[in-house]
Design a protein around this ligand. Sequence first.
Ligand code: C5P
Length: 227
Amino acid sequence: IAFFAPKHLAGQRVLVTAGPTFEAIDPVRGITNLSSGKMGFAIARAAQEAGADVTLVAGPVHLPTPRGVRRIDVQSAQNMLEAVAQQAPEATVFIATAAVADWRPASSAEHKIKKDGSGQVPQLAFVENPDILATVAQSERARAGQLFCVGFAAESENLLAHAQAKRARKGVPLLVGNIGPATFGQDDNALLLVDAHGHRELPRASKRQLAQQLIADIAQRLESSIP
Ligand code: C5P
């Protein structure tokens, strides 16, 4: 039996970030995190199935591109911001699921850093990465209500309070909390949807099902145009 998802995002152009970023130390080393990209890829797939035109900006992950989705592969947070900044003017929905590295090495060596036999270790200095979601959320189109922005949060404690604070700090109408324990790499998850009016939980289910529920929720917000 074929399953046809309701086309409740027809006419929307959805931009999704997914996966970790990779911040180079030298040509063969870098700093990253354990994000698998599964949630973001599931969201891109669900949005495409719901009739949206979908662009997925992906950090280094090992996942197949969902059918019908335009994919742009990037490495660092700066690369991700460039790709997003290029695509955002065309988008009507931006969903930031990527686990963007908060910091990157202040400089990346041109050649592989070698052990010199003296037992000395390299000293790494860090600088802060740009906040991609906050940057997009502050754009004119987002503030004019032409680009609906959704953020994610992975917290180890006080999820509701942190998610509410993050929603306000990032300036987004909807912030989605990953309900722990650590969901990185897992096939299922539970989500906490936090908006200006309150919050509701999407109980534990596969990331595929949660993505479909989240897309349905976002579609409803777009229809009612009540953020
Ligand atoms: O501040 P924090 O990293 O916890 O916020 C998580 C949310 O912000 C996620 O939606 C993530 O994709 C986004 N983010 C971003 N750019 C960053 C850091 C986080 O877009 N540099």
